[in-house]
Each structure stands twice: as structure tokens, then as C-alpha cells.
Design a protein around this ligand. Sequence first.
Ligand code: ADP
Length: 494
Amino acid sequence: MNQTKIDALRAHPVSAFSHLIEGKHVLRSDGGTMDITSPIDGQVLTQVARGTAADMEVAIASARTAFEDRRWAGQSPAARKKVLLKWADLIEANALELAVLGVRDNGTEIGMAIKAEPGSAAGTIRYYAEALDKIYGEIAPTSSDILGMIHKEPVGVVGAIIPWNFPLMIGAWKLAPALAMGNSVVLKPAETASLSLMRMADLALEAGLPPGVLNAITGEGAVVGEAMGLSMDVDVLAFTGSGRTGRRLMEYSARSNMKRVYLELGGKSPNIIFADAPNLDEAAKVAAGAIFRNAGQVCVAASRLLVQSSIHDEFVAAITKAAEAMKVGDPLDLTTAIGAVNSETQLKQNLGFVETATREGGKIVTGGDRILQDTGGYYMAPTIVTDVTKNATLAQEEVFGPVLGVTPFIDDDDAVRIANSTVYGLAGAVWTSNLSRAHRMVRDVRTGVMHVNTYGGADGTVPLGGVGQSGNGSDKSLHAIEKYINLKTAWIKL
Ligand code: ADP
């Protein structure tokens, strides 16, 4: 990856995107198109089809037909594996192009995007491609005149609704296990990050996925996402996004066919720093990255910093220094550490949270403002707020932006109490040299992923799933496969 290649790619005009239905690009919408604005400069980058409920219904019907006629599920595991591996190869071959397109659309700094987006997506697709012929059914321990078999069947049509922060990575977390198990998928990318994901869907077809097995519809969540949620013909919904939308999806399911709904929602993940952390400078640098990379637009972002009182001031000084050393700016510049905020709406929300935090007694030690406004883009300085009490808005609500709240704690019990005082439970970390304390915190902090003396970087071998209002079900690892299969019992009298 070098800057010259990136600059050449960013200069390309981006032609308009249409839906992908039955292997064809279809601009069938009576809904017309919607402008896609780049957060880099606030300029219109291209258009995508503004899908209608009717478009979504056509895409779902096509996926259903593809499932029923077994054009994909009926192929041998070896054949399906070959297609998925080819897809991963194509993503890798087009990695920089995909990453740059995605960054122009969503604003993530390219250094992170290249690894977290095409790199991660290709890895995920390979993982499930390799897994698909290693998943066996079961024979139950019945009496000898009975054969009790447990088959693992695909569920049918999976609807995948993807957010804008990491469209390829999160898209692959849903698409790869669903397709590996023989399902058809209808994909709904986010309004403000659909381009690279639509391109990745094209590459699946190029790799040999039969038409109709993967259809993709762009447009507004409230229109096409709702149509997907209310469909009588979608069997499983796999979603990553806000709690507000997650709640709606459960309602849609209840109002329609009671489809299974898997939600990966927000978080308010605590990063707990004890005075006996092995290396406080290292902890401060990692803690800054854990909240400020991708401008804080990361579901597992370590947005609450819990610091033991005896080292509070020292640690706040260290993380402030680390934050101020992170360069904010053009996400397509390789030296940028923090790219753009995804949209103007999001930026305004972030600033609103800062205002509320100060009103509630928080003190801004760095950042707090919109910056680089002359670029036309949406940028915000990494922001650290101290004196955030356990029940303050900043300690309770997800910002999804570069805003860190700092809360002191006294001892282990106090840390656990504060850590567990939100409705969320997605990720967290503890920094300590004490082995027992580390394990106790892993046990006691109510969360899906707990890090010790690090933050982030958990690879595809381990599940990511939330507890509480952070969601249900898991992405990644072999456990994700459970979402996309049904168990069927065959009870046979011999
Ligand atoms: P955010 O508020 O961070 O944009 P959302 O939950 O609104 O998060 O968005 C995540 C995904 O959910 C996007 O693909 C979006 O289009 C979709 N979405 C938004 N509203 C709805 C809805 N009412 N029904 C279904 N999907 C929706």
C-alpha cells in the first residue's frame, strides 16, 4: 500500500450503484436515487438506488427461489468451498480499491480500513469456507431399536442489515457463515456506507456464487430495512447497529412471521486501569487507540475509562498526551490516525454529548470541538472528559464518536460496580499484573468480550456477542454458524 496508489484511486469518479438482484444490476426503483456524500469533504460522491419495499420483496422472492431449487445448498461442500475461497481471493486482489472506495464513503482512516475491511472480510470468508465441510450432524444415544439423527439444515433466507462503521468486516461476519451453510442472503447495507459492500457482493457473483443466492438492496433503513424486517419470507435477520433499530427489528418479527432476530448492538465498554498495570504508558496508548481509532465509531470502543484513584491524574495526563499525538484529518492520508466522522448528523450528536457532559459536571481536558471545518468534511478532535459520574449521560449512553469519559474507582468491588452499571455488555478490559484480579474481573464484569492487558484485536477464532442490551447471538468463530442452521431430528424405528 502506498500513497501514490491511494491518490490515484481517490481521483476516480464513482459511477452510480444499482441493486443486485438475481445476479443483475437493477435500477428498478421507482424510488429514484439518493446522493452519497463523502465525509472527507462534504461533497456528493455518487448516487445509489433508493430502494422501495417492492424492490426488497423482489430480492427476497429471488433469494427464496434460489434456496428452494437448491442451486447453492445442493452443491457439494467442496464446490461451495471453492466459490467462497475464490471470493476471498478476489477481495484480496481488489483490496486497495475496495478500501479506498469504502473510505471515501464512510471516512475511516485508510491505515485501519485496509486491514479491518477487505483484509478482515477475506479472512472471515476463508475461515467459514474451510469450516463448511467440517460440520457434522449427530447420532443421538438412543435405545438400540431407534436411530435418532440430528441434521444441521440451512435456515433458508437470511436478511443481513449492516451498519456503516465497518461494512466489509461486519458484512462478512454475517454473509460468510450464512452462505457457507447453504442459505440465500439478502443484504441491506447502511445508507452512508453501501458502496464497498455492494462491490464486494458483485465479487461473490464473479467468484461463481449462483445468481439469486446473494441479492443486495440499497436505500433507507426505514423503507427497505423495514420491508425486510416485516417480510413473511425471511427466516433469520442478522443485524449490527443501534439499539433503537434492533428493538424495531424484534417488533417487525413479532408482527410478521416471528423470524429469528440476532442483534449486535451498542456498548459502553469499560477499560479498567489498576495501579498495578504492567506498563501505564503502554496502557495509555492502547486506551487512546481503543476509543479514538475510526473516530470512536466502533461497537466495542472502550468509551469508559475507569482509573484507580491513586493513579488517576498521572494516567489522565498520559492518555491526554497519547490522544493529542494522534493526527486527525484526511482519512486517505496514510499518516492519519483518526479519520472523519461518518456524517454531519453524527458529528452534531457527538458535540451534543460533550455539551451534556459538561453541563453534568464533566471537565474537558482535551478536544471537545469540530475541527478542520474548511475542508467541508466532518472532523472532531479526540475528546477526553474527566469527572464523569457513574450515572452521567456520558457514562450511560453510547456516543459512537471520539469522546472518552473518565471515572475514578477505589478498589476491585468499586470497579466492578461501576463497570456493570449500564444496560450494555459488549466488551471491556482490565489492566493489572495480578493474575487473580485479572481472572476475577473477567468473571465479574458483565460483558461479551473481556480483554486483559490489551484492547481489541480478538481474531476470528473467538465469538463476539453482547449481553444485556448489547444484543444476542455471536459473530465470528464456529459459534456464529448456529445462527444460520436449524437442527432437525430424524427419529427412526429400526
Ligand atoms: P445508526 O443510528 O448508527 O446509523 P442504525 O441502527 O440506524 O444505526 O443503522 C444500522 C442499519 O440499520 C443500517 O443499515 C440502517 O439502514 C438500518 N436501519 C435503520 N432503520 C431501520 C429500520 N427501521 N428497519 C430496518 N433497518 C433499519
